[in-house]
Ligand binder design. Structure first.
Ligand SMILES: [Zn+2]
Length: 421
């Protein structure tokens, strides 16, 4: 176990954060536009690699556009490296901290580890993943999924943005080729594990006045379309007992299933999208679709919730003499993080005199993808008012420093450990 060996250069940390915060900033002050496969994301990756080169790291990229920077620290370069980092893309009108903080902190922690002069048992790798957020093509976590060998190539080949640009042509502007993505997995054997610092993106740490969080698991996510098949007819003349209003059955399902979710711990479910046909006030709608997003770190609970949703939908539909059907269209398994590293994180927080609590991540992260194939862990720092994916996203300088110190010490402990992880 390390014991406060690292001196984080706080001026470097702040200055580096401010440099990244200039890239892709909306000129009208509406946050950031570093969407995947845009010039802004590419510029952020070039910036990251040049910063790493300045620190004496050797950089490389893969076929997914992920950027890496290696420092052996006296270790045998053939030994798999510990990667630390996050992503550089943002959602539309996103904040400066989501992803960016983890990459900047990795640079500052990497600088401190290099300057410590300690001989490492395994190499250190700084990592910046591409297309983590996914709103442009619906292909979130693309960079880490490529590395983990978890890509759905059919989905990727058919992906288009709202202006009908294909993912393949967008990737070409970043000198990447969609059909080469499966090659990315070949470098996974060079990774011993992955450690990511991220903002919490929720209010729990701030409300409990806790400075850091050790993430125990990244939530599983299932997205499900539920369809109600009623009968389209005149809104005035159809006798009441004969009305098969699909919107009404959908509404009843939303209310009843949401009530069940409210009674269930360790599970959230959101009805986020509704489509009604023909969507006119004077027509009994014959078709309705609700898209749900349900999340839990417990896959058995997700199974149970999906079955309950189907049951409530079928019951609501049957009570109005219609059918309900459903389809799972997005399925991310829950990812328990690596418990020895959760313990190391907590130990380092105690040594740094930082309060720490264990918590689940209810948002998806690259660590939740990589954690299914290599040991992975995550550290959270508080988000002001729990706001994220918005220009108001903010974590104060103390959170930047706390998070970077804890990232650095935890990484160093792992880097110095001989033998099995
Ligand atoms: Zn993120």
């Amino acid at each position: 176990m390390s014991s406060l060996r690292l001196g984080i250069d706080q001026a470097y940390l702040k200055d580096t954060f401010d440099q990244l915060a200039e890239i892709g900033r909306d000129p009208d002050g509406r946050g950031y536009q570093r969407l995947a496969w845009t010039e802004a994301e590419r510029e952020a990756h070039r910036w990251f690699r040049s910063k790493a080169v300045q620190l004496g790291f050797s950089t490389w990229t893969d076929h997914a556009g992920n950027s890496f920077a290696d420092f052996t620290g006296g270790a045998d370069p053939s030994i798999p490296a510990l990667a630390i980092g996050s992503h550089l893309d943002t959602v539309p009108y996103g904040g400066a901290f989501d992803g960016g903080l983890g990459v900047v902190a990795a640079l500052a922690a990497g600088k401190a580890i290099r300057e410590s002069g300690l001989t490492l048992a395994r190499p250190l790798r700084l990592a910046a993943f591409t297309d983590e957020e996914g709103p442009r093509f619906g292909t979130g976590l693309l960079g880490s999924k490529a590395l983990a060998g978890a890509l759905d190539m059919d989905l990727i080949r058919n992906a288009r943005d709202s202006t009908n640009i294909s993912l393949n042509s967008a990737m070409a502007t970043s000198a990447c080729d969609l059909e080469s993505l499966p090659l990315v997995q070949q470098s996974l054997k060079r990774f011993a594990g992955y450690l990511e610092l991220h903002i919490e993106q929720g209010p729990r740490l701030e409300r409990s006045n806790t400075r850091t969080g050790a993430v125990t698991a990244v939530t599983g996510i299932r997205q499900i379309s539920v369809y109600f098949h009623g009968k389209t007819n005149h809104a005035g003349t159809t006798p009441k007992p004969e009305r098969k209003n699909a919107l009404r059955a959908a509404s009843e399902t939303i209310v009843r299933f949401s009530d069940w979710v409210d009674q269930t711990d360790n599970l959230v479910a959101n009805p986020g999208k509704i489509l009604v046909h023909p969507n006119a006030a004077n027509v009994v709608p014959g078709e309705a679709q609700i898209d749900w997003d349900m999340r839990s770190p417990d896959s058995a609970l997700l199974d149970q919730a999906y079955a309950k949703l189907a049951e409530y939908a079928e019951n609501a539909a049957a009570s109005m003499s219609m059918q309900a059907t459903h389809q799972l269209f997005h399925d991310v398994p829950p990812c328990p993080l690596f418990s020895p590293w959760i313990q190391i994180t907590e130990q380092c927080a105690h040594e740094l005199d930082l309060s720490i609590t264990r918590l689940v991540s209810w948002a998806g992260h690259d660590a939740g993808v990589l954690g299914l194939v290599i040991p992975s862990a995550m550290i959270f720092v508080p988000s002001r008012d729990g706001i994220s994916h918005a220009p108001e996203e903010f974590s104060d300088d103390a959170a930047l420093v706390d998070g970077t110190q804890l990232l650095g010490e935890t990484a160093l402990s792992i880097l110095l450990k001989e033998g099995p992880l």
